[in-house]
Each structure stands twice: as C-alpha cells, then as structure tokens.
Design a protein around this ligand. Structure first.
Ligand code: MN
Ligand code: MN
Length: 314
C-alpha cells in the first residue's frame, strides 16, 4: 500500500506545515501509513519553529498522484489552494478551519471543520479523542501553529479554545508561551533577504468571486518602513503577477504584529473595490486598515461583498 500523504495549502504557513506533521504523527500512531508533505518550503517563521523543536521540514511536492492515490488535507479545502492534481486523488480526510468553497469529492470522507483560530486546536482534540499522548516536540510545533495563526491571540479569529489549547501545549512543550510566541512572530518578520517577488508570494492565496480572480498576499512586520521603503519594487512585482495570471485584484497586506494594524497596496482593474470593502480612501493605491490583522475574517469576506456588488451594478 502506498503512503497516505498529508498536505497543507500552497505557500504554506506555520499552521499548514506543522498540522501536516502533527496529524501524520497521530494517524501513524493509529496504525495508518502517512507522511507529512508540503507544497513549498517553510517560511522564516516556520523554520524557526522547526529548528527550535528539532524537526525536519516536510518533503516538498508539487504533485501527489504519481506516488499515491490517497491524501488528507489540513488547513485548507479550496482546490485552488491545494496540490495541483487534487482532482485525481481521493481525499480521505479534511481537518480545517476555513470557509468551505470549491470543494467536492466523489467518495464519502472524514471532514472536520471548526470555526477556531487554528487547525492545531482541532488536531489537539483529535489526540484527546483517540487517547494519544503528544510528545513535547509535536506539542511545540502545534503551539507554533496556534501562535502564528492567531498572532499570539490578537487576531479576531482567535477563540478561547485556541488560548486554552496553546496553554496546554506550551506546558507539554516546556516553553514560556509569551516569550516563545514573541520570538516566533519576530522570526517571521525578517524579510530583509527577500526579493519583491518573494515578498508578494510568501503567504499569498487566490480566490474567485463570481468571475473575478483575486489574490491576497500577507506579510508580517514589526516596522512598516521595512516594507514600504521598497514600495516601487513591490508594485512592479505585483503588476507582473497581475499580467501573467490575469488577476482582477491583487491586494498586498503588510501586518504589524506589534500594533495589530495593516497597510495595503491594491492593484488590478478592480483595485477600487478595496476602497468600498474597507471604507477607506487609497492614496497612490495604498491604504491603512486600522485593527485589521486577519485575512480570513477582516479582508476576504469584505472583499467578497464589495466585488459581488461590483458585478451586480455592471
Ligand atoms: Mn494556513
Ligand atoms: Mn490555519
């Protein structure tokens, strides 16, 4: 029997990489033959967590059907965020905390979605439901996913369950939650070695709203100037992406993890939808989003509404 691959989303973040690892460990304890893989290399933040808890990064794949027929998805369900040949694979399970869209299967599957701040909060429940003990390094990686997705509990996506889960996991991992959390988030803001193309694709997700193709890229920072001093270079990179991928809107979001605000650049023929979505005025395609940190809760739903209205009015 070939291995079941456990996969997170494209442009993987800390939750996607570590959830594949923690779910694979659990599934293997339950007698399955699984391997955690990833659709890209770990970012700086994720690599910090992997180093800290002495864990190898998952193997990077771009296709899965050459080596297996069966996969489990973590931290995503939308096919445009999944492995490229997802439609040729049997999805055995999905563990996720996102909206469900563009997702269908031929066979019945295990689907666990909860509106919590991180996939790892759900995976912690699975460990408990199956009575499987969590080793310290796995607990540390799970904790890292929660810290990353909730920006150390500051994101509006964070729930009491995420906080409780993080406290429990920090104890098992043997780290101070706040000290480790700040170190992890800061590790992810080291963008100095990144090209503009890397900056706009590190954590970027594509969505479709009616017939509009939108892409939302997000980077964390502790100082907006680190990023906006390179605005021209970033705009050029975005415009190239727009012309090669025909995006109607490319939204670049820089999020200050200390102040919990974001600064955006909106480009593409539908860029003005960002003004309506966030009730702001863009100056030279740039705007400020006070108190906005969550793409999932504070950006995508608002953009979806603004872009749907645009289609209706035309
Ligand atoms: Mn994710
Ligand atoms: Mn997540």
């Amino acid at each position: 029997m070939s291995k079941i691959l456990i996969i997170g989303h494209l442009n993987p973040d800390t939750d996607s990489i570590t959830s594949a690892i923690s779910l694979s460990y659990l599934q293997n304890k339950l007698g399955k033959n699984t391997e955690a893989v990833a659709l890209g290399k770990p970012n700086e933040e994720t690599q910090y967590a992997l180093n800290y808890f002495k864990t190898e990064a998952p193997r990077v794949i771009s296709r899965a059907s050459d080596e297996t027929k069966e996969v489990m998805l973590v931290d995503h369900n939308e096919f445009q965020q999944a492995v490229s040949d997802i439609s040729e694979l049997t999805v055995l399970a999905v563990i996720d905390h996102h909206r469900i869209a563009n997702f269908q299967t031929i066979n019945p599957l295990y689907y666990r979605a909860e509106p919590v701040g991180c996939t790892q909060t759900i995976i912690l429940k699975l460990y408990k439901e199956h009575g499987i003990e969590i080793p310290p390094h796995i607990a540390g990686l799970m904790l890292s996913g929660i810290i990353s997705d909730t920006l150390l509990f500051k994101s509006p996506t964070c729930t009491d369950e995420d906080i409780k889960a993080a406290q429990e996991l920090a104890t098992i991992a043997g780290v101070d939650l706040n000290d480790y959390g700040m170190e992890l988030l800061k590790a992810g803001t080291n963008l100095s070695g990144k090209s503009a193309v890397e900056l706009i694709s590190l954590d970027a997700k594509s969505f479709e709203v009616n017939d509009k193709k939108i892409r939302v890229a997000q980077v964390n920072t502790v100082d907006f100037n680190d990023i906006f001093s390179r605005k021209e270079e970033i705009i050029n990179a975005i415009n190239e992406e727009i012309s090669s991928n025909h995006y109607n809107l490319f939204l670049f979001v820089a999020t200050n993890v200390l102040d919990s605000d974001s600064r955006i650049i909106a480009l593409g023929d539908s860029y003005l939808s960002a003004e309506r979505a966030f009730n702001i005025h863009l100056t030279e395609n740039e705007g400020f989003l006070k108190g906005v940190v969550s793409r999932k809760k504070q950006i995508i739903p608002q953009l979806t509404v603004a872009l749907s209205e645009e289609t209706v009015s035309q």
